[in-house]
Write a protein that binds this ligand. Structure first.
Ligand code: ATP
Ligand code: MG
Length: 588
């Protein structure tokens, strides 16, 4: 579907965008200039994420500015200014040091979005230990494999999660020396073989001087979503803060008085890069909501917290669309001025729904666990072509390539030709390794490019369009079909809530396009509806690209980070083993 371009004019924006015009920024020396927006450790002692995110503001003009507003699942809130966050994170850093943990030691966290998680993340970075967040709904086995792979020396978790999932694993985790427990509601704990968070912090000093930190020192290990296979542990360094900071400023347009809400869980890279580090580094107030997605709750938060910049994901946008626009109308959002989305392709209907619901389009942007920060974006000052991911961030050279049999690549030069998105290594938040898997890491690079595994095309004006994951692309009767286009078209039908599209092996065509569709409340799955959807897709996409088969399902399988798991749809379709499903969203 060609949805009309959304034309932007800076005059219509409530505040001048940080990036006045895409063309205005010279790409030369971009990262060096971005680095100068940061302070660096006092005395030239290097670059540390926690110093930029917390300590420099705690010691400066923003000391009393609200840094973190935490909203409890069942009501209740906790506010921390930059100064308070500085002291809390120093206590945590001192506590770690007191336990004998130091530079390079891995500290994992397994917790919901509780205040202690945020303190632990930043305190760990202050101590120059390596922070690795794990999603709290993981079962024991995914927790064990990730802790073992990272050789975690310490784990921050809650009493409840420990007893349910971790206690029985201790014997098989010889590296795990310390477990720090947060009690229910932040209360004290008394579990043998563990430390109590509250007592540990109370006994620790609230002053901590960050030691010398090289920008290449390891800071974070993030596990990928496992959409295409076994999750990988991407290693990131302190120098990544340059990307985190500048992309928050330019691609999310963060201004000093913003209230920013990133809805992602810190268990995924988005929830750390933009749910902790980037907003704090930019000195803005960030919201952390402990509760799960619930359309009404989210609208109430947007309105009552006066959120001005909101960063969410297509899966949530689809759920909001499913819940209906009337619910949006129960509040007003005068403060809201910029909305962005990441994690999956954002279908044009989602971008446009933003305008109908909030008077603002969603700005799609693209990146991965491996890239550590936003790489391609729809900037505030740029016209939006719904369905496009936008244009590369400055200092990021994006190319399109075909892999050759011999391991090299050929660059695509023809406008509109699809190929694999490739990035020229050198941006600060690039991953430096897959933990424990050097061969898998090496395979990501060829002829001076990092190969992303995603297929895209670029139009004559430099906008990038997502086609599909290389693994998901469908080859039907000699045509290459990206599932995204087919799913987007299905989602334009009023009955469709979720759609997942795969190639189903076929003796004649090689593969045929098959769609799995979950319907919205109020619609009954029926043979007639299937036919109607087939016809709808055929009219819009043509016979070659439209699905040949549609199966109505209760739920389209997705990862906990909200990505459609097409490999699982395919495995189930073919009756094959399901592979690694550690990140599959399952009812609790
Ligand atoms: P795994 O690598 O383990 O299979 P994953 O790739 O889903 O998991 P993430 O790093 O969390 O893990 O997700 C990054 C991927 O998400 C991208 O490579 C891309 O396929 C998809 N993605 C992210 N943002 C967008 C976007 N704006 N448009 C299209 N796809 C996106
Ligand atoms: Mg990936």
């Amino acid at each position: 579907m060609a949805v009309a371009t959304i034309v932007k004019s800076n005059r219509d924006l409530p505040i001048a965008p940080n990036l006045a015009a895409y063309e205005a920024v010279p790409a030369e020396a971009f990262w060096a200039r971005a680095r100068r927006e940061l302070d660096g450790l006092p005395g030239g002692a290097g670059l540390n994420i926690a110093h930029e995110a917390v300590d420099r503001h705690a010691a400066g003009a923003r000391a009393d500015h609200l840094a973190l507003r935490w909203l409890g699942r069942h009501g209740g809130r906790r506010d921390l200014t930059f100064a308070e966050l500085g002291r809390e994170t120093s206590r945590f850093a001192n506590a770690l040091a007191g336990l004998g943990l130091g530079k390079g030691d891995l500290v994992a966290a397994l917790a919901g979005r509780i205040p202690e998680l945020y303190v632990a993340a930043l305190g760990t970075l202050k101590n120059r230990s390596v922070f690795s967040p794990l999603f709290s709904a993981f079962g024991p086995e995914p927790i064990r494999t990730r802790l073992a792979l990272g050789k975690a020396k310490a784990l921050l978790t809650t009493e409840l999660l420990y007893e349910r999932k971790v206690a029985a694993l201790r014997g098989s985790l010889p590296h795990l020396e310390h477990v720090i427990l947060v009690g229910e509601g932040g209360g004290e704990t008394n579990v043998p073989g563990t430390h109590d968070y509250r007592r540990l912090l109370e006994a620790a000093s609230d002053r901590f001087e960050i030691g010398p930190t090289d920008p290449e020192d390891v800071a974070l290990v993030h596990f990928t979503s496992g959409t295409t296979g076994t999750p990988k542990g991407a290693v990131h360094v302190h120098g990544a803060i340059v990307s985190h900071h500048i992309t928050g400023k330019l691609a999310l347009d963060l201004h000093p008085d913003d209230v920013f809400w990133c809805t992602a869980d810190p268990g995924w890279v988005t929830g750390t890069s933009y749910g902790i580090i980037s907003p704090l580094s930019n000195g803005v107030t960030m919201i952390a909501d402990e509760g799960d997605f619930e359309a009404g709750r989210w609208y109430a938060i947007l309105a009552s917290e006066r959120v001005s910049v909101w960063y969410t994901a297509p899966t949530a946008i689809r759920m909001m669309m499913k819940a209906g626009i009337e619910l949006v109308r129960e509040h007003e959002y005068p403060a809201l001025r910029f909305m962005a989305s990441v994690g999956e392709p954002l279908h044009p209907a989602g971008v446009v729904w933003g305008e109908r619901a909030f008077g603002l389009p969603f700005h799609d942007n693209w990146w991965q666990t491996e890239t550590g920060g936003i790489m391609i974006a729809n900037f505030a000052s740029m016209d939006i072509r719904p369905g496009s991911m936008g244009k590369p961030v400055y200092g990021v050279e994006a190319g399109i390539v075909h892999r050759r049999e011999n391991g090299g690549v050929d660059e695509v030069t023809a406008v509109g030709e699809q190929g694999e998105l490739a990035l020229r290594p050198g941006w600060p938040s690039m991953f430096r390794a897959y933990i424990g898997e050097p061969a898998r890491y090496a395979k990501c690079f060829a002829d001076g490019w990092y190969l992303t595994g995603d297929l895209v095309r670029c139009d004559a004006d430099g906008y990038f369009w997502f086609v599909g994951r290389a693994d998901d692309v469908i080859k039907s009767s000699g045509h290459l079909i990206g599932p995204f286009e087919v799913e987007s078209t299905l989602l334009e039908h009023p009955a469709v809530a979720q759609a997942g599209v795969i190639g189903k092996p076929d003796p004649v065509a090689g593969e045929i396009v098959k769609a799995f569709v979950a319907v919205k409340p109020g619609y009954e799955p029926s043979r007639d509806l299937e036919k109607e959807l087939l016809a709808h897709a055929r009219v819009r996409l043509g016979a070659v690209v439209a699905p040949k088969e549609i199966e109505l399902v209760e739920e389209v399988p997705a990862t906990r980070s909200g990505k459609i798991m097409r490999r699982l749809l395919k495995a189930r379709e073919l009756g094959l083993p399901e592979g690694d499903v550690s990140t599959l969203e399952t009812p609790e």
